[in-house]
Design a protein around this ligand. Structure first.
Ligand code: SAM
Length: 385
């Protein structure tokens, strides 16, 4: 099929799924040739709505071209205008930078920082070949931003972070937007934060999944625990994974699971996303994400659930069912949390508000996440508001 037809079909799909909602973003996706950023793949692979991993490090993805739907949603969240100055952290293939470049027009500018030197070099080559040679791709740790190009109207991260670098806030214009795939517990939410002085307030949120940021503001530095490897190609993360042995996990996963028929919970592409996922991430100490490098062996590649190590119980949330291994304890906990959330009126992520400040806040939220540099006050806005 011709390239134009494939690209048109992709854009039509993104419009139908409401990932693209504005004519400007539609025309940017129609114009930028994704195949120039993914050489070596067939056109059919390139123009599918899929994330494509382009680098692996120690068995885990370390660079990719993000899923077009996720990119489109994030670009819409950025509310870009002609003339804007944009800093992207995580150039990857350079494709997203080209989309940003289209949206800010001839009077705007885009700077992208990439930590892996070979990835940065490839992004430069791809951008040049596709006609976007005026995007500056710098090799370095985006945790420091790029002060020489500041101030920026928009800063976007394409890797997830559990804290905010004070450098990003300094380099952002007053009223500007910082878009960050924000990680807490096992959740990742793409949050557009608006800057007001030293504080930031969430303006829009969407569900997403992103590999963790590397470098000074990466997981080690922020004290957040990302997935850690166990043998046999299993990786586990989340608060429920602390101190858990592979033996226990294997013992549980090798049992025949039972379906828990009265728990019907929506699961999205990112596992336990949405309002319930967020509620669990804020309240549940047993939450885990399990990632398998040999999906054929375990029957999943990526799955979320609750682990109760003490009572040897694991409850996993599959797309079509909630299943339990071992005792019922984890499923009971899950049920309790789900009922609390239902009682709150099933708040979705559209009702989440996050206020961010470097120190104490006048109005702490329902839940406080205290990170090294910033505190995050999270609440579900009352539905009657
Ligand atoms: C999901 S990929 C980027 C997708 C990309 N925007 C595209 O359009 O292809 C994330 C990228 O962030 C980069 N990265 C991770 N930590 C970084 C950091 N501290 N500074 C700059 N880049 C970083 C990774 O090397 C990886 O290439």
């Amino acid at each position: 099929m011709a390239i134009d037809t494939l690209r048109n079909q992709l854009v039509e799909h993104l419009k139908r799924s409401r990932s693209i909602t504005s004519p400007a973003v539609a025309s940017a996706f129609l114009k930028v040739p994704r195949h120039e950023f993914l050489p070596g793949l067939t056109l059919e692979q390139v123009y599918r709505d899929d994330a494509i991993v382009t680098r692996w490090t120690d068995g885990l993805p370390s660079s990719s071209s993000s899923q077009p739907a996720v990119m489109a949603i994030m670009v819409e969240q950025l509310e870009l205008r002609v003339g804007h100055a944009v800093l992207e952290i995580g150039a990857g293939t350079g494709y997203n930078a080209a989309i940003l470049r289209e949206l800010v027009g001839p009077t705007g500018r885009v700077v992208s920082v990439e930590i892996q030197p070979d990835v940065a070099e490839e992004a430069r080559r791809n951008l040049e070949r596709a006609g976007y040679g005026d995007v500056s791709v710098l090799t370095g740790d985006g945790g420091f931003g790029h002060p020489e190009g500041a101030p920026y109207d928009r800063i976007i991260l394409t890797a997830s972070a559990a804290d905010i670098s004070p450098r990003w806030v300094e380099q952002l214009r007053e009223g500007g937007l910082l878009l960050i795939p924000f990680r807490f517990s096992t959740m990742c939410l793409c949050v557009a934060f608006e800057k007001h002085g030293r504080e930031l307030f969430s303006r829009s949120l969407t569900s997403c999944g992103f590999m963790p940021l590397q470098g000074v503001y990466g997981p080690d530095a922020t004290g957040d625990d990302p997935r850690f490897p166990m043998d046999d190609g299993l990786f586990i993360s989340g608060p429920g994974s602390r101190g858990v042995s592979l033996k226990l996990l294997e013992e549980l996963l090798n049992q025949t699971p039972r379906r828990v028929s009265d728990l019907i919970i929506p699961v999205n592409d990112f596992g336990l996303g949405g309002g319930l996922g967020t509620y669990l991430a804020l309240t549940e100490s047993g939450l885990v994400d399990i990632f398998a490098t040999q999906p054929e062996r375990w029957g999943f590649r990526y799955i979320s659930g609750l682990l109760d190590a003490e009572t040897k119980s694991l409850c996993l949330v599959r797309r079509d069912a909630v299943v339990v291994y071992g005792s019922d304890a984890a499923a009971e906990r899950y049920k309790k949390r789900a009922s609390e959330w239902i009682e709150m009126g099933r708040p979705g992520i559209d009702r989440i508000r996050i206020a961010v400040a470097p120190g104490e806040m006048e109005q702490p939220g329902m839940w406080m996440l205290r990170r090294k540099h910033y505190n995050f006050a999270i609440s579900f806005e009352d539905s009657s508001v």
